[in-house]
Structures are given as C-alpha cells and as structure tokens.
Design a protein around this ligand. Structure first.
Ligand code: GLC
Length: 663
C-alpha cells in the first residue's frame, strides 16, 4: 500500500514512473512542520532504519545524520554526511512492523536518524513528494517501492567479468601491456578501462591521435582476446573554439547558463569548461548522441564521471581568489591575512554557492541548479542510455556512473566513487550493498583494492574475495600509486584462484541479478531481513547474496579468519583451486572460521543450491552446459537459471531455464 503526499512544489524528478494520485488528509506516521519543512517520527528503542543507498556508516543507519547533496570529495571518513549519490529511500523496522518512506526531491534533504535525539527520526526537505509504503515485511515494502520506480538496469553478461582500471594508463601500449600481463599470468579478465588520458586534452568524445592512433583497431584486437575497452566520459565540455562539441552546444543553447544567459564557465580537467544541460530533453538528446563516435569504434561500455557535477572552480570565483592572492604578494601576512588567502583558494572546488549561479532549461521552465543538483549525474547517464536505445535498441551496453539519484537505476549502475586503500573501506563496501539494492541499484561495485593511496597485497586479495560477489568487479586506482594489477604481486596463484572463483560464480550471480531486476528484489540482503525474529541477525559484517548464499568476508589486516554467526544450520563452502571445493555443514550459532589469504569461504543456505561453472579466461568462454550444483537439500529442488550471452534484451524471456537439482 503506497500513499503519496505533496509538500511545496517538487521538481518532477521522474524517479517514480507509476502515476500515484495524492492522498487526501494528513500524512500519517510523521509530524509535519510546514514552516520548518520537517517530518518527524518517533523511534522505538528496537527500531532499525535501513536504506539511503550510497552513504557512510552502518547498514542500520541509526545514530548519525546524513545529507542528500551529491558531493565530490574523495576523503571518505565517518564524519562525512554525503557522498557522490543521493538515494532518499528508507525503511523503519521494529517490533510493531515496518514501513518505507521515499522523499522524492531534487534538492538538498537531511536525514537525522536518531542523531540529535536518539529516539527521533527527523527529515528536512523542501518541495518534496513523500511516498509512504506499508507492507507485510521489509522485502515486501522494498518490492512495492521498486515497482513504482521501474525496473533496474540489466548489464550485458560480460560486464560481470573482471575489469582492470587505473588512472595513469597513458597509451595503447599500456593497455596492451595490461592485457598481456593478465594473459601471461593466466588470470581471467573481461574489460580494461580507459581513464581520462585516452582523450585529446580531456575533451569529451575525442581520442588522442598519438596515444591512441587507432582505437577501433585496438578495440577489435582486444575483443579477439575477449576483452572490452571501457572509456570514461566526463560531464564537463572544454571551452575551445573549433571543438565541435563545444561549438554545437553553444550555438544551440545546450549548456547550463548563468544569470546573464551566457554558458556558465567552470574549471574541470580540460580547464575552462561548460556543463551540458542534461535536464533539458533536447540538450540531453544532443549530448547522448555524441557517444556514437566511440560506439562506432566498437566500444560497448562506458563509465560516466565528474557528474555531481564536480567543479574545480567557477571562473568568477577563481578570478576573485587570484585577486586576493595577488594583493597578498610581498606583504607580511599575519594570521587573518593568511587565512583570507587560504580560504579563498581552499573553497574554490565544488563550492555550493557556485551551484546557485547557473540554470537549467527544463520542461517545467528555468530552474536554478542548486534546486535540482542531485539530478545531474542521473540525467547525464540517462542521456547515454537513451542514445544507446536509439543506436542499437536491442543491445545491452555496460553503463555506470559516479553520481546518481533514484531514477537513474533504470539507466545504469554505479561505482561508489573514490574510496581509498584502507581496510575500513572494504567493510564499507560490504555495508553499502544492501542499501544500494533497496534503492534500485543492482549493478554496483567499489574500486577494489582501493582508489586512493597505495594498496597492499593482502588488502587487495581480501577485497577481491568480497568483490567476486559484486556485480561490478573492477580493480581501479589513482594516478601515482603503486601498480595494482593482480599480476603485479607475488602470490600469483592466490590471485588466479580468487579471480577464477568469480568466473565459476557468474552463472549464479547473473541469474540472481536478473531475477532481482525483474522482480524488484534485493540481491544483497541484511540477515535481519531474512531472520526478523533473531536479534543476533542484526550483525552487519555478513550479508545474504541472492537466494542461496551468505558471505562473510575477512576485512581486518592480519586476520587468519573471523567469527561468523549462523542464524540456522548452513553448509560452509571452502573454495579451492578452480571450481573445486570442500563442504561442511555447521550448526546454527557462532563459529570461528579460518580463511587463508588465497581462499574464499561462504555459506550455502538450507534448501538451496548453487550452480558453479568451470573457471574461464573470460565470460565468452564460460561453459554453461557444464555446470555443477553445490547443494544443501533433502528433496529435489528447482533453480531458476538465466543462460545465454545476455547481450540482447530480446534474449531475456527465452533465457530462463528451470533446472531441477536432485537431492
Ligand atoms: C575521478 C574518478 C576516478 C578517475 C579520476 C580520473 O576521481 O572518480 O575514478 O580515475 O577521476 O578520471
């Protein structure tokens, strides 16, 4: 049961695709203060609050406050209140049942979840449609929500293969060396990512003529080895006379404009740049159509970046800051003078005041960016997806984005932005997964090994042992860090084994992903959703993956293993080389399990089976005809398997195979 209540004049985010009429009467559950724009609801001692997608801290969000305002800031610590994305859906679950609430707003919103007052949930949002959802249990509430926001993006199956990325691959030779590195080490790989250096001076939809003289040839050579190239696309377009993307956009008024009606100039990678007005349907269509140049070169996947949008500076603010710095030249700076200079320079990047200075031409008129800020990455990604639909309607492309908002889940997946090579970020990766799924994002993953800072061999191995379960499995790192490719480390057998397990799991992971997309279910679920009356099931460092598995990654340095809580009897599967494994039924309760660095241990739930393929060099070589089934059943059990290449949308209906596994 879903009821909608409108407050103010919300901008049409198009997050919800079903037509739900406004409910009559006062909104239940929350005390509404229309002047303060707050929605307050008491929290009982046992209540847990789930959701908010990409956010810091626990699976249960209680005890902290969160801000929905997409933010480009790579220092992800516990003090943060917002990250790159905004996902305003939450579920409050307690002893008296559960309810869901979606605060559908394009603008800034705040969620104080028992932070100011431990027993109070207080949401602040101006101009918002609030959807309240009642249901039988949390899964039912999520399913109802997912139905009104529409089916989640399904990637092609190859996108579940392992990908290698780094900011710093400069040229074709670097890419070929990565492919060779994996081939020589006999490690599987499906994609290599092209970061900003493939472009000519960071200009969108260009290819550097010397570094990549023949992208088409390179893409085709790589495809012959089963590898896809996946280039990055940045939101901002370089200001440069004669650069066709800039010239066309300017002539047609397709860039965001300042109050003076001129394109608003900001600084990003290519220096002075302008922002495509992706909230205008015409501009969105125009921007999306530029993906063609790369598609024509044989590219089948993209990652959209810097689309919060990230700004190094605005032209006006930079000018003012440089004036302040110039005034200080030659002077003896006392504290106040020095602070004036550092503050002028230090507040240039992603300054919220800049977001107030430019405008979008939308179907409901001109709107200030600050009021629709959270929709930018969503609509940039939509631009690409809508174009792919025109380019080759039946084909599935890989597409994911850094910034997002609910609604974008229909068009692409996400990666969770610039994490770091810290053990705490491995655990954060795990904790975000269920919340992202609740909000519709199924094709998700984090930069494995960590983006910022130098990784270590043990951290990367442990992180990959979690990453083999995330639909997007990509190793990515930043400029200047040590080599992070799996073949760059000493324990090659361990890396080979863990990557191999990923490929064995793909038939299961892909089937679960597709089922969850089609049915509005979650692929990653907290244990508490499945075992609601078990108080110990509120544990946050183990989650369910699909219908059959529970995972419990090791996320601490030097740990030889970890404690695991089993809410019921489960079968422990210890993966050895290839698709070989040992199994052991463990009774419900607490167990310490040893997990060596080169092992993956997970649990199979009672009454369930797990299809396992033989490890393969890449997804196109996966042999689906030779699946074996790991089982923990006492009667014949059916498993719904999605088979096939998963490259075409029209394949889907015929791809569902019901397999009966004998007890
Ligand atoms: C941003 C992205 C990161 C990328 C870098 C250079 O920081 O989040 O993934 O490598 O830009 O393009």
């Amino acid at each position: 049961m879903i009821k909608k209540y409108r407050f103010g004049k919300p901008f049409p985010t198009e997050a919800v695709i079903e037509n739900i009429p406004e409910a009559q009467g006062a909104m239940p559950r929350f005390a509404v203060d229309k002047n303060a724009h707050t929605f307050t609801c008491p929290l009982a001692k046992e209540d847990r609050v789930y959701g908010l997608g990409e956010q810091v801290r626990g699976i249960n969000k209680r005890g902290w406050h969160y801000v929905s305002y997409n933010e480009d800031d790579p220092i992800i610590t516990e003090k943060r209140t917002s990250l790159y994305a905004t996902h305003n859906f939450l579920v409050v679950a307690g002893e008296k049942g559960a309810f869901g609430a979606f605060f559908d707003s394009a603008a800034k919103a705040e969620f104080d979840i028992g932070y100011t007052h431990a027993d109070e949930l207080k949401i602040t949002a101006i101009d918002v449609d609030v959807y309240l959802i009642d249901g039988e249990n949390i899964d039912d509430i999520v399913r109802q929500f997912r139905k009104i926001i529409g089916q989640s993006y399904i990637p092609p199956k190859w996108a579940l293969g392992f990908g290698q990325s780094r900011w710093g691959y400069k040229c074709e030779e670097d890419i070929r060396a990565v492919a060779k590195g994996y081939r020589d080490a006999n490690m599987p790989i499906d994609s290599i990512y092209l970061d900003i250096d493939y472009m000519e001076r960071y200009k969108d939809f260009t290819v550097h003529p010397e570094r990549y003289p023949d992208l088409k040839g390179l893409a085709s050579d790589m495809r012959a080895e089963g590898i896809h190239l996946v280039p990055i696309i940045d939101a901002a377009v370089k200001v440069e006379d004669g650069y066709s993307v800039y010239e066309e956009g300017k002539a047609n008024g397709y860039f965001c404009k300042g109050a003076d009606g001129e394109p608003y100039v900001v600084g990003v990678w290519p220096g002075e740049s302008v922002l495509p007005d992706v909230l205008s349907p015409e501009a969105r269509k125009w921007f999306g159509s530029h993906y063609k140049v790369l598609l024509d070169d044989g590219i089948e996947g993209f990652w959209n970046d810097m689309n919060e949008p990230a700004l190094f500076y605005s032209k006006g603010r930079l000018h003012a800051a440089l004036e302040i710095a110039a005034e200080a030249r030659g002077r003896n700076l006392v504290l106040e003078d020095f602070n004036k200079v550092t503050s002028a320079i230090g507040t240039l990047a992603n300054n919220i005041n800049d977001y107030k200075e430019f405008y979008h031409e939308t179907p409901v008129g001109r709107v200030c960016h600050a009021d629709v800020h959270n929709l930018y990455g969503y609509n940039m990604t939509r631009a690409a997806a809508e174009y792919f639909e025109r380019y080759e309607p039946d084909k599935r492309f890989l597409l994911f984005s850094r910034s997002s908002c609910i609604g974008m889940h229909r068009y692409g997946g996400i990666w969770t932005g610039d994490n770091a090579s810290w053990w705490s970020h491995l655990l954060l990766n795990l904790k975000m997964l269920p919340s992202l799924n609740m909000c519709g994002f199924l094709f998700v993953g984090a930069d494995l090994g960590g983006f910022g800072d130098n990784t270590t061999e043990d951290l990367l191995l442990r992180w990959l042992a979690l990453g083999i379960f995330t639909p997007l499995m990509r190793n990515h790192t930043t400029l200047g860090t040590r080599n992070q490719e799996c073949y760059a480390f000493g324990q090659k057998d361990a890396f080979r084994r863990i990557l191999g397990i990923r490929y064995s799991l793909i038939p299961y992971l892909y089937s679960e992903l597709v089922k969850c997309a089609v049915r509005g279910d979650m692929m990653f679920r907290p244990l508490a959703f499945e075992y609601p009356s078990d108080k110990r099931a509120t544990v946050e460092d183990q989650i369910l993956v699909g219908e059959s598995l529970m995972i419990c990654p090791v996320y601490e340095q030097n740990a030889a293993g970890r404690y695991v809580y089993l809410p019921e009897d489960m079968k422990m599967i210890r993966m050895l080389a290839g698709d070989d494994y040992t199994e052991e039924v463990l009774p419900a309760g607490d167990h310490y399990i040893e997990v060596a660095l080169d092992e993956v241990v997970f649990f199979l739930r009672k009454g369930h089976v797990l299809p396992l393929a033989k490890p393969a060099k890449n997804t196109s070589e996966l042999d689906e005809k030779a699946l074996q089934y790991v089982k923990y059943i006492d009667r014949d059990t059916e498993y719904e398997l999605y088979v096939g290449k998963g490259e075409k949308k029209s394949e889907l209906a015929g791809a569902l195979k019901k397999v009966t596994v004998k007890a």
